[in-house]
Design a protein around this ligand. Structure first.
Ligand code: SF4
Length: 220
C-alpha cells in the first residue's frame, strides 16, 4: 500500500465540550444498538433546538441524518438543500436518487442499510457552501454520530465533507486516488452526487468506483 497516504484530522473547535463526540480510539462494535439508537434520538432533539450558528435562522427543519445504526459505512454530505430542509431528510431529490442508485450498483445495498448525515444540519441560504464558522459550530454533532454508529468506513461526499473530516489541501478529484483516516476510521473521498449530476457519466463512473472501494474496505 505504498501509494496509500494516511492523514489525520486536526481537532476543530466544535463549540461543544472537549469530550463531545471525540474518538480517542476505534470504538467497539460490541454495543447495545438500542442504546445507540436512543442516544442518537436524544442528540437529534438537541439538533432540532440548536441555535449555535446563524443557519438556524434559515431552516424549516434541522436535518439530523438517518439510517442503520449498525452500518459499517457512514456517508457524509455537505448540508441540507431545499428538498432536504422541507422533508427533514438527507439526500432527497435528484442527488438522493443518484446516490441511491449508486449504493445499489456499487454496494448491492440500500440507503436504509447504511447511515447518512451532513456536516451541517441546517440549510445554508441559497444552498451556498457552509462557512468555516458554521462547520466548526456544527461538527461536534457529526463527530458524535460517527462515534455512536462506529463505522468501518466513512464515505466523504464532496470537498466540504472531506475537508471537515481530514486535514487536507487537495480536493476530492485528486484525493479519491488515496485513502485517508479520521480517528482510525478509513475515509474514502468521492464527489458529491450533485457534482456528478452536473458533470455527467465520467464523474458518475468515478463515484461508483469509489463506492466499490469503500465496500471492499468495509468487507461488505
Ligand atoms: S447548522 Fe448546526 S450548529 Fe448551526 S444552528 Fe444548525 S444544528 Fe446548530
Amino acid at each position: 500500500m505504498d501509494n496509500i497516504s494516511k492523514t489525520y484530522s486536526e481537532e476543530i473547535d466544535t463549540g461543544m465540550s472537549a469530550n463531545d463526540g471525540v474518538l480517542s480510539h476505534r470504538p467497539s462494535h460490541n454495543k447495545d444498538f438500542c442504546l445507540v439508537a436512543e442516544e442518537l434520538d436524544l442528540l437529534s432533539v438537541k439538533v432540532d433546538g440548536c441555535k449555535k450558528c446563524e443557519l438556524h435562522n434559515f431552516r424549516q427543519n434541522a436535518v439530523f441524518g438517518e439510517g442503520n445504526v449498525q452500518s459499517k459505512i457512514f456517508l457524509v454530505g455537505e448540508a441540507p438543500g431545499y428538498n432536504e430542509d422541507i422533508q427533514k431528510r438527507p439526500f432527497v431529490g435528484r442527488s438522493g436518487k443518484l446516490l441511491d442508485q449508486l449504493i445499489e450498483e456499487a454496494l448491492g445495498s440500500t440507503r436504509a442499510s447504511l447511515y447518512i448525515a451532513n456536516v451541517v444540519k441546517c440549510r445554508p441560504p441559497d444552498n451556498r457552501t457552509p462557512q468555516k464558522l458554521e462547520i466548526n459550530s456544527c461538527l461536534g454533532y457529526l463527530n458524535k454520530q460517527i462515534e455512536l454508529v462506529s463505522p468501518k468506513v466513512i464515505i466523504a461526499l464532496g470537498n466540504t465533507a472531506f475537508k471537515a473530516l481530514v486535514d487536507a489541501t487537495e480536493g476530492v478529484t485528486q484525493a479519491r486516488l488515496n485513502l485517508y483516516s479520521y480517528r482510525d476510521i478509513d475515509v474514502v473521498p468521492t464527489f458529491h452526487p450533485s457534482a456528478a449530476l452536473r458533470n455527467g457519466k465520467r464523474v458518475v463512473d468515478m463515484m461508483r468506483e469509489d463506492l466499490v472501494k469503500a465496500g471492499r474496505l468495509a468487507c461488505l
